[in-house]
Ligand binder design. Structure first.
Ligand code: F6R
Length: 347
């Protein structure tokens, strides 16, 4: 679809296809600027909003399950208590102009934490340069959500030393595997197009087990920003303790207005699998449209990166179906103009 701003859909598809390259580039840059983490700095916080915050969040499952560090993701201007001297705070803002991240940058400085910024420029980079704070810079000129490869790779590169083994070889393998999957995801008769077809005009809900929840959130936010429509996500097993009651009460007529996509990772525990199967039976019985998205590897990193690529393509097919341009996010630009926190990317 051609718009006044050019071929937004083509541009977004090209950016989605560049995910594996961006991931590798971001990772290399992260390793280049990383300072060794002391024992206390194994307590890491990453602050970021929207397309920047999600990158840190996507890294969290891997860091928490495989490394010596703990990674707390903060999506607000307030750094939680306890991240002071001896801890590491990553400030992630693609534009470098997001007020929440800038406020947290100041707060982390006052608390005495060691700071690292990940950004393409803006005030955050200016401040880091004048304060002598380490900065990992990523290429400018992208919609922040399309910089996820650089940002996620950057976080992993910065934290590489806390993993028992460097992620270098694994990341190269994951990038190669994702490259060939993307060729399939981009096809009109491929799995991404089929999922978009299944969702159609229904309200999409993305469900995932706790450690893949950031991936479910990524699918939801990509559908919102690219296809310009609402979506939801929820966490398994938590949703079996609340949302299930809501589902139970949904009438068969209303149930048809929803599409539930389960992000299914082969490494999940048998209890989680049994619970998902129970929920699926309930939803199927009501007539909810269901999609089981099998994440393609028991390697958590590979499942994650391929899952990002698949979700991005689903959101772009949904945008195409509705005839909307996935590129601009004018509502965010208007909000930033109204409340402060400029973001030149969207102008
Ligand atoms: C994604 C997007 C937003 C921004 C968010 C924060 O494309 O436009 O979700 O990511 O408003 O801005 P940054 O990422 O520049 O800190």
């Amino acid at each position: 679809m051609t718009t006044a701003r050019g071929d937004g859909l083509g541009r977004m598809r090209a950016l989605a296809a560049a995910l594996p390259d961006a991931l590798e580039t971001g990772y290399r840059s992260g390793r280049e600027v990383a300072a060794p983490l002391s024992k206390q700095e194994l307590r890491v916080a990453a602050v970021g909003m929207g397309g920047s915050g999600i990158a840190a969040d996507l890294a969290r499952g891997l860091v928490e399950s495989e490394s010596r560090a703990s990674l707390t993701v903060v999506r607000s201007a307030h750094l939680p208590r306890g991240f002071g001297a001896g801890s590491e705070v990553l400030l992630v803002s693609y534009s470098g102009n997001t007020w929440e991240t800038l406020a947290a940058y100041d707060m982390a400085g006052r608390a005495g934490a060691r700071r690292t910024v990940i950004t393409s420029g803006g005030t955050l980079l200016e401040r880091a340069e004048s304060d002598g704070v380490v900065a990992l810079t990523v290429p400018p000129g992208l919609p922040p959500r399309s910089a996820v490869g650089y940002l996620l790779g950057g976080v992993l590169g910065l934290l590489d030393s806390v993993f028992p083994e460097s992620l270098e070889g694994r990341l190269a393998r994951v990038a190669a595997a994702t490259r060939s999957r993307i060729a399939t995801y981009a096809r009109r008769r491929g799995p991404a197009a089929a999922l978009a077809e299944k969702v159609g005009l229904r309200f999409p809900l993305i469900y995932a087990e706790s450690s893949f929840l950031p991936l479910a959130r990524r699918w939801k936010t990509q559908i919102e920003e690219n296809a310009k429509r609402l979506a939801g996500f929820d966490e398994i097993p938590e949703l079996l303790h609340n949302a299930i009651v809501g589902w139970d009460a949904v009438s068969s007529g209303d149930a048809r207005r929803y599409a539930v996509l389960f992000l299914d990772w082969p490494g999940e525990s048998p209890m989680v699998r049994t619970s998902i199967a129970y929920l699926e039976r309930l939803l199927k019985g009501k007539g909810v449209v269901l999609g089981r998205v099998e994440l393609p590897s028991d390697d958590r990193l590979e499942a994650l990166v391929s899952g990002i690529a698949l979700g991005d393509h689903v959101s772009l097919f949904l945008a195409e179906r509705r005839g909307v341009d996935p590129y601009p996010v004018d509502a965010i630009t208007r909000l930033k103009a109204a409340v402060g926190g400029t973001d030149r990317i969207h102008r």
